[in-house]
Ligand binder design. Sequence first.
Ligand code: SAM
Length: 240
Amino acid sequence: MPMDEYHDLRVAFSGLTDAQWLNLHRYYELLVEWNAHMNLTAITEPVEVYMKHFYDSLLILQAEDTRQVFEAAQHVVDVGTGAGFPGLVLAMVVQDKQFVLVDALTKRLKFLEAVCTELGLDHVELVHGRAEDIGQRSGFRESFDLVVSRAVARLSVLAELTLPLVRVGGWVISYKGPSASEELSEAQTALARLGGKEAFARSLELPGNRGMRVFVGLSKVSRTPKQYPRKAGTPQKNPL
Ligand SMILES: C[S@@+](CC[C@H](N)C(=O)[O-])C[C@H]1O[C@@H](n2cnc3c(N)ncnc32)[C@H](O)[C@@H]1O
């Protein structure tokens, strides 16, 4: 990486310790290495990975309302984490919480396992499965303080994949883009049925014209009725 780009990145990530910075670097190397034989990310150029995956994942720590929710949470789950965004990046810089990373694809979990083992991230649990099934499982259902999720489904569907996992009083923070307000109006029935309530939509710019991140915060105000989530595939085929 050219020195000026390295310098700009170091400034963008200046809140990190040297150890965290080195861990992110190793994560980057493993991501690109594994990506050569499996589909983990379309973005591989170093600065773009750092900004669009790592920096974006950590943006939740920057706005006041999202940071407060995140800091108050002890037990966090990332639904549809893929190659670890945002959950694994957050776990690399925050050691005093328990993180669960869920994904439906085994091969992505294998990659995450390799990263966690090499970097000694023993506060991260990897769970293979569909959110619809995990949301009905005891030990997972209504047991998390916070669900985070990026690029998994529209809010009307995502609400059914995430709200059943959250305890009453907990939160879902979804990493959305400019379609957030449209998705929110489409999701009102789902929120009402699942015990969720729209609490905030916070927009932040990614540096260098890389687009806008809109965090949608949903609070869990009442228990989710037992029939939700419905069986795997139904939320997507027939959104509430
Ligand atoms: C487009 S990728 C996004 C990955 C990552 N969150 C990111 O932002 O780069 C969507 C991921 O969600 C997972 N996924 C989709 N539906 C799911 C479900 N119902 N339960 C668990 N994982 C799911 C997919 O396997 C995939 O890894």
